[in-house]
Design a protein around this ligand. Structure first.
Ligand SMILES: Cc1cc2nc3c(=O)[nH]c(=O)nc-3n(C[C@H](O)[C@H](O)[C@H](O)COP(=O)(O)OP(=O)(O)OC[C@H]3O[C@@H](n4cnc5c(N)ncnc54)[C@H](O)[C@@H]3O)c2cc1C
Length: 454
C-alpha cells in the first residue's frame, strides 16, 4: 500500500484513528497544530491531551453504556483505552487516569510506530486529493472551520452546542403526561401526537421558577461568550428576565388539553420531543441550560411526570464545532459530497473523550480497509460503537441534532424483557451481552488484515 492516510488532529479521535490505521499496515501522517497553534483548553503539545476532567467515566461493562464502549475498545486493541489502563488512578467504579503520563505515552507510542509520522502544522483546507480523516474536535481552528462551512453550508456546521436534557422515554410517568402537538397540528396521527406534554399548576410553576433562579450554574470558559447563544437562551436566563417569560416562551400552555384532567387548564406546560427514530429518547424543548448537573436533575424532577426521570444526557452550552452528521456523513463516516474525506471524534456530533476516541477507532479501521482495497462489514448496530455511529449518521433527528453521549437509549430494544426501573439490571446485562457478541464477531472478520500488518 503506497498511499498515505492523512489524519488532522491528534486528540482523542485522531490519535486512536492513527493507531488503528497504522496497525492495519497503512502509512499515516498525523497533522497536529499544537504546540505552534494552541486552543483555549489545551495546555501542551502532546497528543491525546485531556482538556478538562481526568475521567473516562464508568468502567462497568455490564450495566453502563460507556463502560461497554471501554470493553469494546480494549477488545480492538485501542490505544486510548490500553494506555488509560496503564495510568489508572483509584476512582471507585470510574476509570480516572493520571493525565500527563497518559498523554506522554500516547505521544510516545505514536511517534515510535514505524507507520506513523507526526507533522506539527495547522491544516486550513479540505484537500481534493488523497485519503483524509478530520478529527479536529470541538475547538477546530478558525480557518479550517471556515473551509468546512464552505463545503457543507454554514447551517450544517455549528460552533457551539446548546443541549437540552434528554430523558429516557420509559422513565416518564404517562399517568400525568400526554402526547399532543399544539392545536393538534399535523397531517398524520404521528405528527398530531409529536410532543409529550407535562402540565404545571400555578404553585408548581412558581416553585419551579424559584428553583431555576437559585440553582448552581457553571461559568463560561475563557474564549466562550454569551454571544454564542443568541436566540438560544438558557432556560435559567429566560427565568431571570421575568417570572412570566417562560410561560410566554417554551412553557406556554396554549393549544393543549390535558386528557387526564380535561376540565383544568394547565398554568404552564413543559414539552418534550422525540430525539431518535427508535422513540426511546425525548429532549425537553427549549431547556438548554448552564445549570450544574446535580442542580439540573433536582430542578427537572420538579416537572410533573418527570419525578422519576432518568437522563440519557443532561443539558449544557459549550463552545463546540460539530457537523450535522445525519445529513452530511454516510454510514462509513465519509463526507457524502467528498468521499475521500472522513470525519471522526467530537466534530461528528458525539460528546466525550471516550465517544470521540471510539469514533476515531472506527474511522481508522474503515479508512484502512478501504485503502487496502477491501471494505469492512457494516459496524454492528447492536454494539456500542455501532449504536453511536448509527445514531449520528442516520438514527438521530437531523433538524434538532445535538451532540450525543453513548447511552442505552441508542440501542435497539430487546423483545421479551421486563420494562421500567425493576427490569433495568436484567435489560442492561442483555444489551451488553448482545453488544459484546456482535462486536467480537465484527472484529473477527478483520483479524487476518490486522495480523498481516503486524
Ligand atoms: C473546554 C472543554 C472541556 C471538555 N471537558 C470534557 C470532559 O471533562 N470530559 C469529556 O469526556 N469530554 C470533555 N470535552 C469534550 C470532548 O470530548 C473532548 O474535547 C475530546 O477531547 C474530543 O476529542 P476529539 O479528538 O474530537 O478532539 P480533541 O481532543 O480536541 O482533538 C482535536 C485536535 O485537533 C487539533 N486541531 C484543531 N484544528 C486543527 C487544524 N486545523 N489543524 C491541525 N490540528 C488541529 C487540536 O489542537 C486538537 O489536538 C470537553 C470539551 C471542551 C471544549
Amino acid at each position: 500500500m503506497t498511499e498515505e492516510l492523512h489524519i488532522v488532529g491528534g486528540g482523542m479521535a485522531g490519535s486512536e484513528a492513527a493507531w488503528q490505521a497504522a496497525r492495519h499496515g497503512v502509512s499515516v501522517v498525523l497533522h497536529e497544530m499544537r504546540p505552534q497553534r494552541g486552543t483555549f483548553a489545551h495546555k501542551t503539545g502532546n497528543l491525546g491531551e485531556m482538556v478538562c476532567s481526568n475521567s473516562f467515566r464508568s468502567d462497568d461493562d455490564e450495566q453502563n453504556a460507556v463502560g461497554l464502549l471501554h470493553w469494546e475498545m480494549r477488545a480492538a486493541d485501542g490505544l486510548v483505552m490500553t494506555t488509560a489502563d496503564r495510568h489508572r488512578l483509584p476512582a471507585g467504579g470510574a476509570l480516572a487516569v493520571d493525565r500527563e503520563p497518559f498523554a506522554e505515552d500516547i505521544t510516545g507510542a505514536l511517534r515510535a510506530h514505524p507507520n506513523v509520522r507526526v507533522s506539527h502544522e495547522e491544516v486550513t483546507e479540505l484537500p481534493d486529493e488523497g485519503q483524509w480523516i478530520f478529527a479536529t474536535g470541538p475547538l477546530t481552528s478558525e480557518a479550517l472551520g471556515a473551509a468546512i462551512a464552505r463545503e457543507t453550508g454554514s447551517e450544517a456546521l455549528a460552533f457551539f452546542d446548546a443541549i437540552a436534557p434528554i430523558v429516557y422515554a420509559e422513565s416518564i410517568d404517562m399517568s400525568q403526561a400526554w402526547m399532543q402537538s399544539r392545536y393538534d397540528k399535523g397531517e398524520t396521527e404521528d405528527e398530531r401526537r409529536a410532543y409529550l406534554n407535562c402540565p404545571m399548576d400555578r404553585a408548581t410553576y412558581e416553585a419551579f421558577v424559584d428553583a431555576l433562579l437559585a440553582a448552581d450554574k457553571t461559568e463560561f470558559h475563557e474564549g466562550e461568550t454569551a454571544g454564542y447563544f443568541d436566540g438560544c437562551l438558557p432556560v435559567e436566563v429566560m427565568a431571570e428576565r421575568g417570572r412570566e417569560t417562560l410561560r410566554h416562551g417554551p412553557m406556554k400552555p396554549v393549544g393543549l388539553t390535558n386528557p387526564h384532567k380535561p376540565e383544568e387548564k394547565p398554568y404552564a406546560v413543559v414539552q418534550l420531543r422525540r430525539d431518535n427514530a427508535l422513540g426511546t429518547l425525548f429532549n425537553i424543548v427549549g431547556f438548554q441550560t448552564k445549570m450544574k448537573y446535580g442542580a439540573q436533575t433536582e430542578v427537572l424532577r420538579m416537572i410533573p411526570g418527570l419525578e422519576n426521570a432518568r437522563f440519557a444526557r443532561l443539558g449544557g452550552i459549550h463552545r463546540n464545532t460539530f457537523l450535522n452528521a445525519p445529513t452530511l456523513l454516510d454510514d462509513r463516516m465519509r463526507l457524502r459530497s467528498r468521499p475521500n474525506i472522513r470525519f471522526a471524534g467530537q466534530i461528528t456530533g458525539v460528546e466525550g473523550y471516550v465517544e470521540s476516541a471510539a469514533m476515531g477507532l472506527l474511522a481508522g479501521r474503515l479508512a484502512a480497509a478501504e485503502m487496502g482495497g477491501g471494505s469492512l462489514a457494516p459496524v454492528p448496530q447492536d454494539s456500542a460503537h455501532g449504536a453511536l455511529v448509527h445514531h449520528i449518521t442516520g438514527g438521530a433527528e437531523a433538524k434538532t441534532f445535538q451532540p450525543m453521549n453513548v447511552n442505552f437509549g441508542l440501542f435497539r430494544p430487546l423483545e421479551g424483557l421486563r420494562g421500567g426501573r425493576k427490569g433495568r439490571r436484567e435489560r442492561y446485562k442483555a444489551y451488553t451481552d448482545r453488544a459484546k457478541a456482535a462486536w467480537t464477531d465484527w472484529l473477527a472478520t478483520q483479524a487476518p488484515a490486522a495480523a498481516a500488518a503486524e
